[in-house]
Design a protein. Structure first.
Length: 210
């Protein structure tokens, strides 16, 4: 007759062992699943934020390109344009958005050339472009015609992620945040011609292209 010690383990004991292994596996996999889920949510939020930054630049460029009854544009008009345009960032904060709007002129046909900054205006936390040839810009396609005038809106907005801010620091983000940037050229739709057959919008306090 088999003694108690010689009897095989009961099936109920095996079931308990299997449940224990499953619990350990779940504990190991759960952090990975949570990280992936939160990462997808943060990525979607970042994409939405960048989309709104681009839309902000397009809105500023479009509204400015419509010009004003006065030449140069009145400071109050430009202030209203920038204030109203920032609403497109909702529900994200717009107070830290830096916006620079410049009136550019093209002086020869063909690509590869540098436009001339004729006038420029910026929000209080931005810096207006210096006048003269813009060494860091090239005339975009569609504007490469001598005498052409266009508006360039440049927007930069810091983005602080809800999650993983410490990780941002390790991949190059200063102050645990990224900066989204959008530059949008726009054809002039208002303004008046000045030394060109094309209309020109002049920023507040500035002068027309010469």
């Amino acid at each position: 007759m088999l003694r108690t010690a010689d009897r095989p383990a009961s099936s109920s004991g095996f079931g308990s062992d299997a449940r224990g292994v499953s619990a350990i596996e779940f504990a190991l996999v759960l952090p990975i699943l949570l990280t992936i889920s939160l990462g997808i949510s943060e990525f979607a939020r970042a994409i939405d934020h960048y989309r709104k930054v681009t839309l902000l630049a397009r809105t500023v460029a479009d509204l400015t390109a419509q010009g004003d009854a006065a030449t140069p544009m009145a400071t109050a008009t430009m202030t209203d344009i920038l204030a109203s345009a920032k609403l497109v960032l909702t529900p994200y904060a717009s107070g830290s958005a830096s916006i620079v709007v410049s009136a550019l002129g093209v002086y020869a046909d063909g690509g590869g050339q540098r436009p001339k900054v004729c006038s420029s205006y910026a929000t209080s936390n931005g810096t207006a472009r210096g006048l003269g040839t813009a060494a860091d810009l090239t005339v975009p396609d569609g504007f490469q015609i001598g005498g052409m005038r266009y508006v360039l809106a440049e927007v930069s907005v810091p983005y602080a992620p809800l999650l993983g801010s410490n990780l941002i620091r390790f991949i190059g983000g200063a102050n645990n945040q990224f900066t989204f940037k959008a530059n949008v050229p726009w054809p002039v739709r208002g303004g008046q011609p000045a030394k060109s057959t094309y209309n020109e919008v002049v920023m507040p306090g500035g002068k027309a292209c010469t």
